[in-house]
Design a protein around this ligand. Sequence first.
Ligand code: FE2
Length: 199
Amino acid sequence: MIATALHRALSDPTTPALRPLPPRAVELLVAADAPPRLAAHLRAVHDVAAQLLDWLRRRYPRLVVDHEAVLFGAATHDIGKCLHPEELSGPGSRHEPAGRQLLLTQGVPAELARFAATHARWDHPDVTIEELLVSLADKVWKGRREPDLETLVVGRLAGAGDEQPWAAFMGLDDVLGRIAGDADARLDFQARYPTHPGR
Ligand SMILES: [Fe+2]
């Protein structure tokens, strides 16, 4: 039986209208008895990732992106905070390797578990577009802009769209500005849920 607050965080259809998480992500969060606030956070970031993917599909149809991987990554990136709940309300990165390990232990393939370990780092040379998008969603959901991260995304977009980086930046800046405009509603949604399981 799902704890009530966790169930509400996972299924609440009210304002803001956030897409439901992928079923496998829900299973994993329930199995881990996730803090409701974590589930709410993952819904917010997952919804922003979906908005970014919708925009990319329209504007950069030739950009190759594994949409399912991005959505799963956004929906589980902080799952390690089930094991390190103090990092829900304070700094810390212990949840990153712990989250990856938790997912691997549950049979999640390494290429999907990786987001739990990499979502806060985008400066490694092998970073993929999928990882960049999960990291971007994890910033802009609360209206935060990260110039270094956005520059990396712009590089991928300009290459896929045969356009100058400035033009790619203008388009990205526009969509990120629109998404960031709803940040307060997402922050309110997340804050409604407790940081401890089962309350
Ligand atoms: Fe996050």
